[in-house]
Design a binder for this molecule. Structure first.
Ligand SMILES: [Zn+2]
Length: 324
């Protein structure tokens, strides 16, 4: 009855979309913001002065999905399309992978590890040229793609539980849990950025870890669902100032605790990875001196492009794959 009354509120009540976007916007923003704290002084001065930019633009790649068809596959890779762990049949090198599977197939199943190579190449070039707007834009977006690679459901085709009757699990894992628990409850005292000898090997390792965890992510929720009364699984609770029907706080906490801190661990590791990749690109570019308070940190063309993306994103014109 209470639920019926709430539903009659109309304007106040909406179904919580929790659109799958590999780490929700909340987590993406926090990961970029926290990664700044791990940087060494030579890099931290610039990044700290532009922390707000790095946070605000952490979600640009997801917004771009609604305008650019090629964007979708850059956020994931369905490794289970290539056999079983550790997916040895899939060459890690792009040209070899294309020769073996064709570019169409790779694009269809996601290209995040190879897109990271493109993005880190761009960041190194921007550092070498001391091109502040490009440094910040590429760094913010690398923070996004690399964090996506840490999300288990971004490495399997059943990415939103659509094949196992668990539709919505993507948002539960990457949005609902961090939004409920990250602030004040999780420990983000992480240490320092580290130089990474072999960047591609590093993110392949993170993807393989994600892939190993995907089964547990799905199985644990399935088991919890089976022993939970449906009336307790969802609840009308406040989210961003609105009353929405979403996974209940109780169910969300139970799921998180059954996963034994996995979401917190993956989020912490995302922060560490993002800082370390930023740092490594700077070292590979020769550790250039950078201004601590640049005059120009965003070029007008880029600002206009982002403004348009933002508008299209709000209109939700989806052109790409549903897998975010
Ligand atoms: Zn994404």
């Amino acid at each position: 009855m209470a639920r019926l009354l709430l539903a009659l509120w109309g304007g106040w009540v909406m179904l919580c979309p929790f659109s799958a976007s590999a780490w929700g916007f909340f987590a993406h923003e926090r990961i970029n913001g926290l990664a700044v704290n791990l940087l060494p002084p030579g890099l931290q001065a610039l990044f700290r002065s532009q922390q707000t930019y790095l946070i605000r633009h952490a979600t640009d790649p997801d917004k771009r999905r609604y305008a650019v068809k090629e964007e979708g596959p850059r956020h994931y890779i369905d490794l289970d399309r290539y056999g079983t762990y550790p997916f040895d049949s899939l060459p890690r090198e792009w040209k070899q992978a294309v020769a073996r599977f064709t570019e169409d197939t790779l694009q269809q199943h996601g290209i995040v590890p190879w897109w990271m190579e493109v993005m880190t190449g761009r960041l190194i070039k921007a550092f070498r040229e001391k091109d502040i707007p490009r440094i910040l834009q590429n760094a913010a977006e690398i923070g996004h793609y690399l964090s996506d690679a840490h999300v288990p459901l971004h490495t399997c085709r059943n990415h939103n539980g659509q094949f196992s009757g668990q539709r919505g699990i993507h948002g539960l894992w990457e949005s609902r849990i961090p939004e409920l628990l990250a602030v004040g409850k999780w420990n983000f005292w992480i240490g320092q950025a580290a130089f990474i000898e072999d960047m591609p090997a590093y993110w392949w390792l993170r993807l393989l870890e994600s892939s190993l965890a995907a089964d547990s992510v799905l199985r644990i929720e399935k088991e919890l669902d089976a022993r939970t009364d449906p009336s307790e699984k969802y609840a009308y609770e406040e989210r961003k100032g609105k009353l929405v029907r979403q996974y209940s706080t109780r169910y969300t906490k139970q799921y998180d605790s059954l996963m034994n801190g996995m979401v917190e661990r993956r989020m912490r590791l995302s922060v560490q990875s993002v800082a370390s990749i930023w740092f490594t690109c700077w070292v590979l570019a020769g550790q250039p001196d950078l201004p601590s308070s640049p005059q120009q940190h965003e070029d007008p063309e880029q600002r206009e492009m982002i403004r348009q993306l933002d508008r299209q994103w709000r209109l939700k014109r989806v052109n790409g794959s549903e897998h975010l």
